[in-house]
Design a protein around this ligand. Structure first.
Ligand code: TPP
Ligand code: MG
Length: 546
């Protein structure tokens, strides 16, 4: 007779789980043992946070829940950051943790915490397995909830004594049925089309829901057919190719960036798959004077600056196609002038030898090396702001940015998950020196699992983004400086490769060499963050060209 842990693993196989990221512990011994006889590959990591970030990025890239596993207590608390990141970035994720036996959960007991309640605020579903026969229902419900719009987290606590219990072979996994978005109601389609047809200067705000709904192509043809410019959120970069003249860039900086001029000018904002967690409406709609058309798989979040003219709920592709059938092409405002501003910034230091290297120059050279399908994943910090607003992106899910929870430390494990899924593509993590050190231990995992990722560290010896904010707000900074290990030697100590860029002209050949090396490579790039405040000052003086 199988035990409950074996039944649980069968249920995960039934859900199509390919990988579990995690660390074995005492209270999940039965689960780990059951995995030996399963088709699921267990990836042993060096910190549970890396397991949850890997599951997070797996979920984001596939649309299917990434799965991570820990022991009880400290193992489970270590999972929380990456798990919360997935939940708030709306990536499907399942976390499973061992738990003390049900006979000791009612009292002070070694490593026992109320994990179900601990995970509740950061998940859509949080539950304990208290009877073996409910396992098929629990697993199915956790996966279904995690995947349904808006995707997020399912947490399952598995007490060790229940895991060991025998179950009858009659109890089997439940049939997997994927959620399908409904067709949008015709009445709403007509109402939205009327507002859009009559608009003078409409603009599209495309969010991460376009990526999740596989609606990037529909978005681009909708924009082209109607001649409407598109701004994307950071997480939706690539949902319209940057090379498309209608793409005006990514919005998300807490400043009046060039792309914001498009919103100032607009009378109608067509919000497509927009997640409010990414960018407050008051930042792009301060006066509340525009008509908002909400096109999404799910109803709109409430916000005083996000009052809808029309909401079109349903399959995004279908909604866009139907509205496009009802409207004519128009002349949009001069999108070229906004695009030119960002492109000329990107090119500003091309071929120049300023050192430390300018952020613009790093991104320009990076784009030369990365193909359209290759994947760049950014960590969180000042470097993310540069990547997000400036890295030209041609396809969805090729520039991964965390902008809901925005947790430092996602870069290295996230790149590992991307490489696991797409071994044929180049995968680059761009990270700050602080974020890198939060999960740098995973270089060992990447080496052991043969995941040849390139990690580019923007070295400023500090918490650059915070310093930027301090200088902007108070004109001075404090408690943000630190020193670093020798990153080249550090990489080499793992058996990986390390390079240090000593002049800007070295960056491009070093990057090419790094991908050629076909192992884990760390590149130490001293970055000139005096550009941060220069950007703030420039945007502060911006006079919109449209
Ligand atoms: C886990 C976590 N801790 C703290 C923060 C707040 N925070 C955001 S960016 C940042 C500094 C990042 O420094 P670094 O990784 O060196 O990147 P840089 O800004 O220098 O490019 C901090 C502390 C966060 N987002 N996530
Ligand atoms: Mg830094």
């Amino acid at each position: 007779m199988p035990n409950a842990a074996q039944l649980f693993i069968k249920c995960l196989e039934n859900e199509g789980v390919e990988y579990i990221f995690g660390i074995p512990g005492e209270e999940n011994l039965h689960l780990i043992d059951a995995l030996i006889d399963s088709s699921i590959r267990f990836i042993t990591v060096r910190h549970e946070q890396a397991a949850s970030f890997m599951a997070d990025v797996y979920g984001r890239l596939t649309g299917r829940p990434g799965v991570c596993l820990s022991t009880l207590g400290p193992g489970a608390t270590n999972l929380i950051t990456g798990f919360a990141d997935a939940n708030m970035d709306h990536a499907p994720i399942i976390a499973v943790s061992g738990q003390g036996a049900t006979t000791r959960m009612h009292k002070e007991s070694h490593q026992v915490l109320d994990l179900v309640n601990l995970f509740k605020p950061v998940s859509k579903y949080s539950i304990a397995v208290l009877e073996p026969e409910i396992i098929p229902e629990i697993v199915r419900k956790a996966f279904k909830d995690a995947q349904a719009e808006k995707p997020g987290g399912g947490f399952i606590s598995f007490p060790e004594n229940i895991a060991a219990e025998e179950v009858s072979g009659e109890i089997i996994p439940l049939k997997v049925q994927g959620p399908l978005p409904p067709y949008p109601p015709e009445l709403k389609v007509y109402k939205a089309a009327k507002v859009i047809c009559e608009a003078e200067y409409p603009i599209i705000l495309a969010g991460n829901g376009v990526v999740r709904g596989n609606a990037a192509e529909a978005l681009t043809s909708f924009a082209e057919k109607l001649g409407i410019p598109v701004a994307t959120t950071f997480m939706a970069k690539g949902t319209i190719p940057f090379s498309n003249p209608l793409c005006v860039g990514a919005i998300g900086l807490q400043a009046h960036d060039y792309v914001a001029c498009g919103f100032d000018r607009a009378d109608v904002v067509i919000s497509v798959g927009f997640d409010m967690v990414e960018y407050h409406p008051h930042l792009w709609h301060p006066h509340g004077d525009k008509k908002i058309i909400h096109i999404n798989q799910i109803y709109a979040e409430v916000d005083a600056k996000y009052i809808l003219e029309v909401g079109v709920i349903g399959d995004i592709t279908r909604s866009l196609d139907r509205i496009a059938e009802l409207c004519e092409r128009r002349d949009s405002f001069n999108t070229g002038s906004l695009r030119d501003l960002i492109v000329s910034e990107l090119n500003h230091y091309d071929g120049k030898d300023d050192f430390p290297v300018k952020p613009q120059r790093i991104l320009k050279d990076t784009r030369k090396v990365m193909g359209d399908d290759d994947i760049l994943i950014s960590d969180v910090g000042a470097h993310k702001m540069w990547v997000a607003r400036m890295y030209p992106c041609e396809k969805p899910n090729t520039c991964i940015i965390s902008n809901g929870f925005a947790a430092m430390g996602i870069g290295v494990p996230g790149a590992m998950a991307a490489k696991l899924l797409h071994p044929e593509r180049k995968v680059l993590a761009i990270t700050g020196d602080a974020g890198f050190m939060m999960n740098s231990q995973e270089i060992e995992t990447a080496m052991r699992c043969n995941l040849p990722i390139v990690i580019m560290i923007w070295k400023d010896n500090g918490y650059g983004l915070i310093k930027w904010h301090q200088e902007r707000r108070f004109g001075r900074s404090a408690f943000v400086d630190f020193s670093n290990p020798d990153f080249v030697k550090y990489a080499e100590s793992f058996g990986a490769k390390g390079y240090r860029v000593k002049e800007p002209a070295e960056l491009l050949p070093v990057l090419e060499q790094a991908f050629h090396d076909n192992t884990v490579v760390v590149i130490d790039v001293p970055v000139d963050y005096s550009e941060n405040m220069k950007l703030t000052e420039k945007l502060g003086k911006l006079i919109c060209p449209i």
